[in-house]
Design a protein around this ligand. Sequence first.
Ligand code: DAO
Length: 179
Amino acid sequence: AQDCQVANIQVMQNFNRTKYAGSWYAVAKKDPEGLFLIDNVVAHFTVDDSGLMEARAKGRVIILNNWELCADMYATFEDTVDPAKFKMKYWGATSYLQTGNDEHWVIDTDYENYAVHYSCRQVDADGTCLDSYSFIFSRHPAGLRPEDVPQVTQMKRDVCLINKYRRVDHNGFCDENSS
Ligand code: DAO
């Protein structure tokens, strides 16, 4: 999708949510306007008996200007005609956390090591994305395997966000003090 049209972005073919279930550690992120999750971001996906995909995520956030805490977030995913594109509804364990409805696209994953997520919050009049965020996930807390880096880099390019990512640190902040 080098024309950067949101409608032309390719997503994972034959996405399998059961294989995708389990824990994913965010290792890099492109932030949206008014970022929420800063670092120590771990998402745990589950699929229930009826096939509904849900997630629980934690991450360090700063709210009310300077209150730092570990946010405990929940999300449910509504299916669309494309198996790799979902409508995500999310909310926090407490009322002062962020709530919203976002696109949730799985761009690419090998299910066992890496995943590339993408969400466009606002499509511009010219069809490009005005406000997006994207997570690079790894099954491994220590980060991506070196052999997965070239493919992930290509996917960053394909969603037109190359050089827009920052590293997401994991320093244990969310291991205890959850809220
Ligand atoms: O961090 O700026 C941001 C946007 C993130 C929105 C909150 C998402 C909470 C649920 C995450 C589920 C897996 C991505």
